[in-house]
Design a protein around this ligand. Structure first.
Ligand SMILES: [Cu+2]
Length: 237
């Protein structure tokens, strides 16, 4: 009896962390469909505010800067992250090496999306001091002084989270890291379009996150080897 209990316990201990940790199960998908669509801005897009780079002007002032917190291009919403929020099983997810560049005292890209577990190479080609500071809650926050001679600093982001990053030296520098829970995500460009491929047939929730406009969701049904269309429109609240 004692042995049975201990076997049960060790089995339960083995199983519990697996089910708790493996929120997403990746593998081969042979009959996947595609989700495509666009994200539009509803209303008249405000003119982007000019940013005055009033520090290290010889480097930071070289290029004109505008506030990137709401960019609309021909009615299309730029820098919105589109993802499936409730998929548990699908194509393989591999950690990546991605780059966040601080060139010209701005974060490029402004919104960087990657699978959780990836390493972000934070680059400083400016030849001045930057100090990247993350406002993370799920992952441990980081605060890295990057003097001019430190061209690149790797930072691993382990858990899914949307993280705001700022520079403690240059107050206008503002960016976002989107550490995805699954491989079905994309960031809209000037076209406002997105495409999520190799999605196993099923019913899903597609979510859009934008730093200024918040979140919106829609349900979508994906059929084998077919394309499902879903279009979003977001407005200022
Ligand atoms: Cu900086």
């Amino acid at each position: 009896m004692k042995k049975m209990i201990s076997t049960f316990l060790s089995g339960a201990l083995l199983l519990f962390p697996l089910s708790a940790v493996l929120a997403y199960d990746g593998g081969a998908v042979s009959d996947g469909g595609t989700i495509t669509g666009s994200v539009k801005f509803k209303g008249t897009a405000p003119a982007p505010k000019k940013i005055e780079a009033n520090k290290d002007t010889e480097v930071c002032g070289k290029t004109p800067k505008t506030d990137a917190s709401l960019i609309v291009s021909g009615g299309n919403l730029v820098n919105a992250v589109v993802y499936i929020s409730d998929i548990k099983k699908g194509k393989k997810m591999e950690p990546q090496k991605v780059t966040l560049d601080q060139k010209g005292c701005e974060y490029h890209p402004h919104v960087l999306a990657f699978p959780a577990g990836s390493t972000v190479e934070i680059q400083n080609p400016d030849g001045i001091l930057h100090n990247i500071h993350s406002y993370s809650k799920v992952n441990s926050p980081f605060n890295i002084a990057q003097p001019k001679f430190k061209k690149s600093v790797p930072q691993k982001i382990d858990k899914p989270e949307t993280i705001n990053v700022k520079c403690d030296v240059h107050g206008w520098m503002n960016g976002w890291l989107f550490a995805a829970e699954n491989p079905y995500y994309g960031v809209t460009d000037n076209s406002g379009n997105f495409k999520l491929t190799d999605v196993p047939p099923g019913n899903y929730t597609v979510e859009v996150w934008h730093e200024t406009l918040g979140k919106t969701t829609q349900k979508v049904t994906v059929k084998a080897k077919e394309e499902a269309k879903v279009n979003f429109e977001m407005a200022k609240k």
